[in-house]
Design a protein around this ligand. Structure first.
Ligand SMILES: NC(=O)c1ccc[n+]([C@@H]2O[C@H](COP(=O)([O-])OP(=O)(O)OC[C@H]3O[C@@H](n4cnc5c(N)ncnc54)[C@H](O)[C@@H]3O)[C@@H](O)[C@H]2O)c1
Ligand SMILES: [Zn+2]
Ligand SMILES: [Zn+2]
Length: 386
């Protein structure tokens, strides 16, 4: 079968691999109809994630049709159209029982720091990903969600990760109404955080990035006020927009590859302190008013980052973090999509055959050609339902 694999830093490749097969009675095999590329895939592409082995299949955002089920996968049948949250979870452990599927303790044989994840190196279990014709879905009964008939595949695809992550980012701000929220990063995650912040009652949403077309997209698609950190001193600009106090809440939707500080980049990325550059996160800390909240969904690795924690502590900031526990948000997000409050298809500026994934990675990584988000189709673009 066709699969997109990691081929060493800065290289992905289309390979022919053996077909995915049932390895455990609770597995199912998904025939992928659409797969996304996530900002997290770029951390892999750039060689920043430990234990990333050549030849594994990339991709943790996918929707498709069930092709085969294991003997203990009884809730699904061949032909069901499903979406698959990016983490793999058991549904029954201590954390899963609390809805914290992102913390499942049963799916990552490589350690207990993170849960198992599709297509995300061996530190998250070495599971092959969904940028392929087929993918194995462990614990399929709990992990795969049927897609309602009135939602298209591209409606459902952002639910697997970016939309849920942006939504959780806004939720972690604990908005009461009328707050100023600053979102660092105008990628898909940041854009969904902006739209979700409006939904949750924000009075003002400011978007920070340094890629002009992405700032423009944030303005038009998410109704945010754009701020280019190459053109202004971003912390001073935010303070001067907020009675010199700073925003009530800031969201880090950038993570470990943040630009804006040569020192952070050198130590965090080129120096391989795997935590990465904390530039966006430090700006969040400095741009939030005392007593405010910093919500972090940008990905950082262990073991450390050069974080200005003292300032956060002295300003009495609340810092909330996390990988998103996708499953618990799905019903709510489906309601928002149906009501037109969250848009899904329109985030996909690029829709390409799976074979063109190397080009897609290039455009997305280099922020070229107006690329916001890519959908890859192993068998051509599925027909839109509405
Ligand atoms: N917590 C989770 O569960 C979860 C899920 C999905 C993605 N993520 C993470 O969220 C982050 C964003 O993902 P994405 O798909 O939107 O990626 P993306 O690469 O499309 O977007 C990141 C944006 O940040 C901008 N940027 C770079 N440095 C910046 C800075 N200092 N200040 C402000 N903006 C800056 C980039 O120009 C880019 O537009 C990544 O770190 C990704 O790994 C986390
Ligand atoms: Zn992701
Ligand atoms: Zn679990």
């Amino acid at each position: 079968m066709k699969a997109i694999t990691y081929d060493g830093p800065f290289h992905v490749r289309l390979r022919d691999k053996p077909f995915s097969r049932i390895e455990h009675p609770q597995d199912a095999i998904l025939r992928v109809t659409a797969a996304g590329i996530c900002g997290s895939d770029l951390h892999l592409l750039h060689g920043l994630v430990p234990d990333t082995r050549v030849g594994f299949t990339l991709g943790h955002e996918m929707v498709g049709v069930i092709e085969e089920t294991g003997p203990e996968c009884t809730g699904l049948k061949k032909g069901d159209r499903v979406l698959v949250p990016f983490q793999i979870f058991c549904g029954s452990c201590y954390y899963c029982q609390q809805g914290l599927t992102a913390c499942c303790e049963n799916t990552n044989p490589a350690g207990d720091l993170a849960t198992g994840c599709y297509g995300y190196a061996h530190i998250t279990g070495g599971y092959d990903g969904g940028q392929a014709e087929y993918v194995r879905i462990p614990f399929a009964d709990v992990c795969a969600e049927k897609i309602p008939d009135d939602l298209s595949d591209l409606d459902a695809l952002p639910l697997t990760d970016a939309m849920a992550t942006g939504y959780q980012a806004a939720e972690m701000c604990g908005l009461q109404g009328d707050e100023t929220v600053v979102v660092f990063g105008c990628g898909p995650v940041g854009l969904y955080a902006m739209r979700s912040a409006w939904l949750m009652g924000a009075g003002r949403v400011i978007a920070v990035d340094h890629v002009p077309y992405r700032l423009e997209f944030a303005k038009n698609w998410a109704g945010a006020e754009p701020l280019n950190f190459r053109e202004v001193d971003v912390v001073s600009a935010i303070r001067s927009m907020t009675e010199d106090r700073g925003a009530h809440c800031t969201i880090d939707a950038v993570g470990c590859e943040a630009a804006g500080s040569p020192v952070q980049r050198a130590l965090g990325i080129y120096g391989k302190l795997y935590g990465g550059s904390a530039q966006a996160l430090n700006w969040c800390i400095h741009a939030t008013r005392k007593g405010g909240t910093v919500s972090v969904v940008g990905v950082y690795g262990p073991p450390w980052t050069l974080l200005d924690f003292g300032t956060a502590m002295n300003k009495q900031l609340t810092i909330r973090t996390g990988q998103v526990s996708v499953k618990r948000y799905i019903p709510r997000l489906i309601d928002h999509i149906r009501a037109g409050r969250l848009q899904s298809e329109s985030i996909f500026t690029h829709r390409l055959p799976l074979e063109e994934a190397p080009k897609a990675y290039r455009l997305f990584a280099q922020k070229k050609d107006g690329c916001i988000k890519v959908a890859l189709f192993p068998r051509g673009e599925p027909t839109t339902i509405h």
